[in-house]
Design a protein around this ligand. Structure first.
Ligand code: NDP
Length: 249
């Protein structure tokens, strides 16, 4: 599973799942762009870890929800590194709250970052990929997009939206040999889930047949597969990485 000579951009690559994806793709030989928006120290750490492992990477700070910033950053990366072969749309946030109390701003922020960000970043990279007749776009959705969750109508809508976006994009880009797939993690130990109380974590764990929350590396391995040659004949799919918590498709 080599990615030698390829350039990958991982949104939200500085921490959590994105960080593990960056490290994994770099191990496979890709030059990895680490996107982040607010925490340069974490991104620097990820870059240092890539280099310590003998890989190559670079920082790519921009807000995925800001169309102009996305376009400028993608152009700068393309000019400097000769194109983007792999895009992993991973940047995501939560603004939880029961719907009756959810503020419109909380709805907008989650839809803008998680769903619109995926659209904007994909739109920015797709043209050169189509021209080159080569490209991989991998979108990180969530088990919540399939199961729903009280307190997460914004997040659930964004993540279910990503599944629909993935399928339609896959159909549009397939004639140019660009594949678009999604990965739906279950509960993974990251900053996003560390705030959950112990009782909630225990309740979640009880619903997972494999008996534990996942690690960022569990998701990164599946993203790496989708970026590799072995997944050349897959498009429009969602791969579930959730310890068996949800088995539908
Ligand atoms: P973390 O909170 O650990 O990391 C989020 C990352 O996204 C950070 O790198 C952050 O950068 C970046 N980010 C946030 N907003 C923006 C933005 N507007 N523009 C650019 N980058 C941004 O999240 P996880 O690793 O837990 O989650 C990663 C993805 O996986 C998300 O899409 C999430 O919804 C999804 N997921 C996570 C699950 C879990 O259990 N953890 C389960 C299912 C799905 P910075 O630090 O600079 O703000």
């Amino acid at each position: 599973m080599t990615l030698d000579g390829q350039v990958a951009l991982v949104t939200g690559g500085s921490r959590g799942i994105g960080r593990a994806v960056c490290l994994r793709l770099a191990t496979m030989g890709a030059r990895v762009g680490i996107n982040y928006v607010s925490n340069p120290a974490a991104a620097e750490e990820t870059l240092a870890a890539i280099r310590a492992g003998g890989g190559t990477g670079f920082l790519a700070p921009f807000d995925v929800a800001d169309g102009r910033a996305v376009q400028e950053a993608v152009k700068a990366i393309t000019d400097r590194h000769g194109g983007i072969d792999i895009l992993v749309n991973n940047a995501g946030i939560t603004r939880d709250g029961l719907m009756a109390r959810m503020k419109e701003d909380d709805w907008d922020a989650v839809i803008d970052t998680n769903l619109k960000g995926t659209f904007l970043c994909s739109k920015a990279v797709m043209r050169p990929m189509m021209k080159k007749r080569q490209g991989r776009i991998i979108n990180i959705t969530s088990v919540i997009g399939f199961l729903g969750n009280a307190g997460q109508v914004n997040y659930g809508a964004a993540k279910a939206g990503i599944v629909g976006l993935t399928k339609s994009m896959a159909r549009e880009l397939a004639p140019r040999n660009v594949t678009v797939n999604a990965v739906a993690p279950g509960y993974i130990v990251t900053d996003m889930t560390s705030g959950l109380g112990e009782d909630i974590q225990a309740a979640i764990q009880a619903q997972i047949p494999l008996g534990s929350l996942g690690r960022p590396e569990d998701v990164a391995g599946v993203v790496a597969f989708l970026a590799s040659k072995d997944a050349a004949y897959m498009t429009g799919q969602t791969l579930h990485v959730n310890g068996g918590m949800y088995m539908g498709n």
